[in-house]
Design a binder for this molecule. Sequence first.
Ligand SMILES: [Fe+2]
Length: 304
Amino acid sequence: MALTETAAMPTEAGSDIHTTPTKAKDLPEFRDLKFENINELHLDHPGANDPEYRKRRDYIASLAKKFRETGEVTDVDYSEQEQEIWRHVATRLEELHEQHASPFYLKAKRDLGITNERIPQLTEMNRRLKELTGFRLAPIEGLVETRGFLSWLGYRVMLSTQYIRHHSRPDYTPEPDVVHESIGHIPMFTNPNFADFSQSIGEGAQRATDKQIEELGRLYWYTVEFGLVEHEGGIKAYGAGLLSSFGELEHAFGDEVERRPFDLDEVINTPYTYSDMQPILYVIPSYAELKEVTRKYIESFDRK
Ligand SMILES: [Fe+2]
């Protein structure tokens, strides 16, 4: 269950920055972790009053608990109804992606073998990620508190849910699900600079003060979830919250959003809300630049 191999790291176009995968000895045992504050299904979840859905979600969540005991990720035998939700959402999002998604993201999705036809398994994406950046996906059964979640990125591990949203509202979920993870987050971990940047946030979270955790949460929000990136004189999306939501993605390129150049000091001091569309988004010049400013910021933790 550990990262045992040092894979050859491809570099982002135009960059000569290489990554250094986390060594096996650095990775703690999943079984030793106490996952606190994992949310139960909220009453405003579209599936909250559907006993069949709750049973299914509980079963898939139990696979994450099993993983922490055995270290083995279990593939989910998704039902036809679950596959249909995926096909619907993935197909609809793809049209918007062609227009607005970062070219790196579009290529990464193809490289990982993520298609509109079926829900990808964490195991197959893990095989590719291991070759590309040494990142890996570990199943989790719900939202984890900020420090715990971010700290795992420091070991090049992303905690990922495996269940899917309720069929009554395929275009909406109030919590992360396999659509949000696989369409939103996972492709970007094939980018060496983005993977290093994510690891850097995680290493910061492992030793941050409470105030710094709040800052890291904002940095994560305005980049990993809602980030925009310059591309050939234009602006593209790379944030998971944008790429996995029609509403957010259309909104991000509309007139009601202020798109500002990325400024780390400003970002870590700008609060956000979960409930509304984002009024401000930040545009990074490149993933390499994001990695570098974040590295310096995290280094400054040790001087305070
Ligand atoms: Fe997310």
